[in-house]
Design a binder for this molecule. Sequence first.
Ligand SMILES: [Zn+2]
Length: 223
Amino acid sequence: MTVAAKCTPDEEFLSAIERAGISAVELYTNLDYLHNLSKVKKTCKKFSFRYAVHAPNDGCEPELLAELVGELKAEIVVFHDIFWDREWERIASVFGKIKTNVCIENTHSVHEPLKLMRRFGMKRCLDLEHLQMQCAGVFEEAFVPVISQAAHIHLTGYFYGSDLWHTHIHHSPEHSVYFLNLIKEAGYAGLVVSEAKTSLQTYDEFKKLNDFYKLWESKLDKN
Ligand SMILES: [Zn+2]
């Protein structure tokens, strides 16, 4: 399991993540970025990250997105469940030609991705912040079977009732250790993206994130 940061495909953020010692990145994209693809590809290829790419929420451009995913050899591409059935068919066909894991992220319910997993063989991106909204902060342990089904994970410092929405995981250390332990217990071995808002995408925050994760990891080795 590897910690990843999230940012737009811009050099200043990617460089801050690299300097902080983090080795994996999930890229935020939108139509503007996809329409400037050659610049985005050039910027991202300056770095040797393991990449995941989040599909835009402002349009459906699977061909352009696939070009980016292919070029970066991104291991994961994440979609919110916001497309129409005919768009899913197009997405499945375009990404059928590319070596990556197409993942569907839960928003209001962890059951959302199931239809697409069954129909197109897509995978699960489990957003644990959204899961906590769904279960109101109780019985999270009951979701270990769902965690073990995940091919990609989003986690934040949020816990139910807090104002830590879209903060880094080190903003609530105790709660995040509890969740990282659950993820470990589920046998998950992929990327864990600390999905923080733009104002927290700074070198300082990325460094704290990496230190927090490494400390958790080092304690595991001793057990
Ligand atoms: Zn998410």
